[in-house]
Design a protein around this ligand. Structure first.
Ligand code: ADP
Ligand code: AMP
Length: 212
């Protein structure tokens, strides 16, 4: 299965992606995770991406399109299918993805669109904590890890309040045309994201079992 998971920052994409990958065996491709890995490794691309990410801005399309294209061409994607998380985020990226997929002879099966009232997102993002080893996201109140401590978990730099607002503004402005692009192709499955994590996953599972 070849899937996109969409939703504003904090909608629950990463949380649900981890569960989808476990149940359906697809390859998780998160552009945000790829940028954070590049930053941690201090690659040239990582250092460039960091200048945008720290401000809550999007990394330029040509950089982002390049890393996704390269990743989608790898063998594991062909064998297992993929779940793209956090991409595309601009109309230009959506067009680049169409071209990449058709060049690679890959068909997109569905777009999981997680809808959450934007009023809840600041609270979700400001309480988000990440496991340093696995990269998985938890929440101090809504999804606390059993082994929480300040060494093994950290708060993302761009989840601090000053940056969160900018990220939400940028993403709200860009997201609608992209959803519309896939909706006209009949690929979008809207999922109610304002419910407990396990119920969101049940709704997603119902959709994916039909697509399989
Ligand atoms: P995204 O990848 O879309 O930015 P995450 O999956 O990292 O979002 O989730 C953002 C924050 O909200 C995390 O702290 C996560 O634990 C929490 N969260 C995710 N889904 C829910 C939910 N259904 N209800 C409450 N909190 C949630
Ligand atoms: P995320 O982990 O998806 O919340 O992404 C964190 C940050 O990485 C975003 O705020 C952007 O700065 C950058 N980023 C992630 N995905 C993209 C993308 N598709 N296009 C541009 N920038 C991105």
């Amino acid at each position: 299965m070849n899937l996109l998971i969409m939703g504003l920052p904090g909608a629950g994409k990463g949380t649900q992606a981890a569960r989808i990958v476990e149940k359906f065996g697809v390859v998780h491709i998160s552009t945000g995770d790829m940028f954070r890995a590049a930053i941690a490794n201090q690659t040239e691309m990582g250092l460039l991406a960091k200048t945008y990410i720290d401000k809550g801005e999007l990394v330029p399309d040509e950089v982002t399109n390049g890393i996704v294209k390269e990743r989608l061409a790898q063998e594991d994607v062909k064998q297992k299918g993929f779940l793209l998380d956090g991409y595309p985020r601009t109309a230009e990226q959506a067009h680049a993805l169409d071209t990449t997929l058709s060049t690679l002879h890959i068909k997109l099966d569905g777009v999981i669109n997680i809808i959450v009232d934007p009023a809840h997102l600041v609270e979700r993002l400001s309480g988000r904590i990440i496991n340093r080893k696995t990269g998985e996201s938890y929440h101090k109140i809504f999804n606390p890890p059993t082994d929480y401590n300040e060494t093994d978990y950290y708060q993302r730099e761009d989840d601090k309040p000053e940056t969160v607002k900018r990220r939400l503004d940028v993403n709200i402005a860009q997201s609608q045309p992209i959803i519309d692009h896939y909706r006209t192709k009949g690929l979008v499955y809207d999922i109610k994201g304002d419910q407990e994590i396990e119920f969101v996953f049940e709704d997603i599972t119902e959709v994916l079992l039909k697509l399989k």
